[in-house]
Design a protein around this ligand. Structure first.
Ligand code: TEU
Length: 568
């Protein structure tokens, strides 16, 4: 069955979003931490790349235990990054250059230093006591068996008032109680405040966690498990759709302009995602799902690294293409500030294959139906960092995990190997602008070590170079803007069980695309069918013929192509 083709599309369906992690992007004042002026100085680079929207990871006031995902004031900029006037200058310049700016909205939790929580914990009958999730001890211990996503229990004992509070992340990130209408109103007011300032939308942190199961029941656990990360008890909970629809009505209702919303949703299923993104329900434009970035996780969690099963990876992404074909919309991403670098994870970061594999993976992702997100440095093919010792890691998730392995007598060598491969710090090393000291990121000592490969892997070496990874991303972004079939064409997978070839078509009633990549070093010859003879190559190796002359296609290692043919 053919669906789609010629449907009305919204502006954000043909847009490409670029994520900036400000701490690691560009440092203007030499303190080793990136900042807003640094971002302003690099906007022309983003214009050259061709992206439409910038998503800025949190720059609000924060104690920075989770690099800004622990917010203590939603209406101010952390001095580490700059000031509100500097933010306004950034926003104005982004708009002048024809781009949009999206803020990160972190409202499942606040920092424990946020005045709401400081007040909440001050006494059992404080004005904001019920803004957070407080419970009595059960048999002298935690109220339930929920574990934190950052290791250990999700409950912290508070001496002053003799109760526990819930924190799904670090204990310095207490969860807000969304059942309280005052909390929902406070969040909506914050969003309105930023929209009135001129921002163009929000990326919403773990927004499918905001409604917890009634009664906070224990999660199923093995006998030896003291705490479990109880997704079934807090992801996609009973009131989440109601809260999001209410938020969208209150915040965007009657407001003129072009906005974009994307909800980050660990554990979300396609069925749930259809509800979140069905335009008739008025919740969100799209969600970040986690299936394809979990395929290499083992039973013991994300640091229990299992290597790549390409067929499983293909099937995970294909499933989302198919399930959201008629209702809803996908986001497309390989990387963000929480994921290791895709070249090192699903590609091949050997210097001989690094560029080709970066381009092949980009082609595969950007060929799909959905809104592509590019994470800073991905457009250069940046790789994982050679982490070795426990001291190499800065991220609290990594630090907490390492500590818990030592405390529970686990295998430290295995833990360090898993961290090296999967840790979030892989994505957070400074942006590689040039071959100079600190990769041109900062004149001071960077907060996290620069990848030693910046001497040859950097923006300066790629921007004006035909055939570079950067040029390839530029070409993909241009195609997204120019080709309606890339935006809205139907998706049909090909050769799904092939462990090396990744291929699919996109089609409308007038045009069809073939997107095909060899995801390995060995050359492959693939029979693609006679209908592709005479098809035009839109993207591929410089020395490949401009049109196809045979139904059999020879692909070199990590060779990726996009072909187009008219449909008659
Ligand atoms: O991440 C949510 C999340 O569940 C994971 O992606 C997270 O990175 C963690 O590794 C799970 O094992 C969001 C933010 O993107 C992340 O940076 C924050 O640390 C987290 O929420 C808490 O705000």
């Amino acid at each position: 069955m053919t669906v789609g083709g010629g449907r009305d599309t919204a502006w954000w369906q043909s847009a490409v979003v670029y994520q900036i992690y400000p701490r690691s992007f560009a440092d203007s004042n030499g303190d080793g931490v990136g900042d807003l002026r640094g971002v302003i100085g690099r906007l022309d680079y983003l214009r050259t790349l061709g992206i439409d929207v910038i998503w800025l990871s949190p720059v609000y006031r924060s104690p920075q235990v989770d690099n800004g995902y622990d917010i203590s004031d939603y209406r101010d900029i952390d001095p580490l990054f700059g000031t509100l006037p500097e933010f306004d200058a950034l926003l104005a310049r982004v708009h002048e250059l024809g781009m949009k700016l999206v803020m990160d909205l972190v409202v499942n939790h606040t920092s424990d230093e946020h005045p709401w929580f400081v007040e909440s914990r001050s006494s059992r009958d404080s004005a904001t006591r019920d803004w957070y999730i407080w419970r009595d001890a059960r048999d002298g211990a935690e109220p339930n068996n929920w574990g934190s996503l950052f290791s250990g229990s999700a409950w912290e004992w508070d001496q002053t008032t003799g109760q526990y509070y819930l924190h799904l992340f670090d204990r310095k990130q207490p969860d807000l109680n969304w059942q309280n209408p005052q909390v929902r109103k406070a969040v909506q007011d914050t969003m309105i405040w930023w929209l009135d300032r001129g921002v163009d939308g929000f990326r919403m942190d773990v927004i499918n966690f905001i409604s917890k199961a009634d009664g906070l029941p224990d999660a199923p656990a093995a006998p030896e498990q003291r705490f479990v990360v109880a997704f079934e008890n807090f992801a996609d909970g009973p009131h989440v759709h109601e809260y999001l629809a209410e938020m969208t009505r209150a915040v965007f209702g009657g407001r003129d302009g072009e906005f974009i919303t994307v909800g980050e949703m660990p554990g979300v299923t396609p069925q749930q995602a259809r509800l979140y993104t069905d335009p008739t329900r008025g919740e969100l434009n799209m969600v970040f799902q986690f299936e394809h970035v979990s395929v290499d996780h083992g039973p013991a969690g994300k640091f229990d690294y299992r290597g790549l099963d390409l067929v499983a990876l293909k099937k995970a992404l294909h499933r989302w293409q198919v399930e959201l074909a008629d209702t809803g919309w996908n986001s497309l991403y390989w990387n963000n500030h929480d994921q290791p670098r895709v070249v090192s994870r699903f590609g091949d970061d050997d210097p001989d294959y690094w560029a080709a594999s970066a381009k092949a993976l980009a082609t595969i992702l950007h060929g799909m139906r959905g809104t592509p997100f590019v994470y800073q440095g991905e457009e250069l093919g940046m790789t994982n960092f050679p982490f070795r010792t426990p001291q190499d890691h800065r991220d609290l998730e990594a630090v907490n995990f390492h500590r818990s392995v030592l405390e529970t007598g686990g295998d430290e060598a295995a833990a360090l190997a898993g961290l090296a491969k999967i840790s979030r710090d892989n994505a957070r090393t400074p942006m590689q602008w040039d071959a100079g000291p600190n990769a041109g990121f900062s004149t001071g000592e960077p907060w996290l070590a620069v990848n030693p490969n910046h001497t040859w892997l950097n923006a300066a070496a790629q921007i004006d170079s035909a055939g570079s990874v950067f040029a390839h991303y530029q070409a993909l972004i241009r195609l997204r803007h120019d080709l309606p079939v890339l935006v809205d064409g139907d998706f049909t997978p090909l050769m799904e069980d092939d462990p090396q070839i990744w291929a699919y078509t996109r089609s409308t009633s007038t045009a069809e695309l073939l997107i095909i990549a060899n995801c390995g070093r060995d050359p492959r010859t693939v029979d693609i069918g006679r209908e592709w003879i005479d098809a035009e190559m839109l993207l591929g190796l410089a020395d490949a013929p401009a049109t196809l002359t045979s139904a059999s296609l020879d692909l070199a290692g990590w060779d990726a192509r996009i072909y187009m043919r008219p449909v008659r």
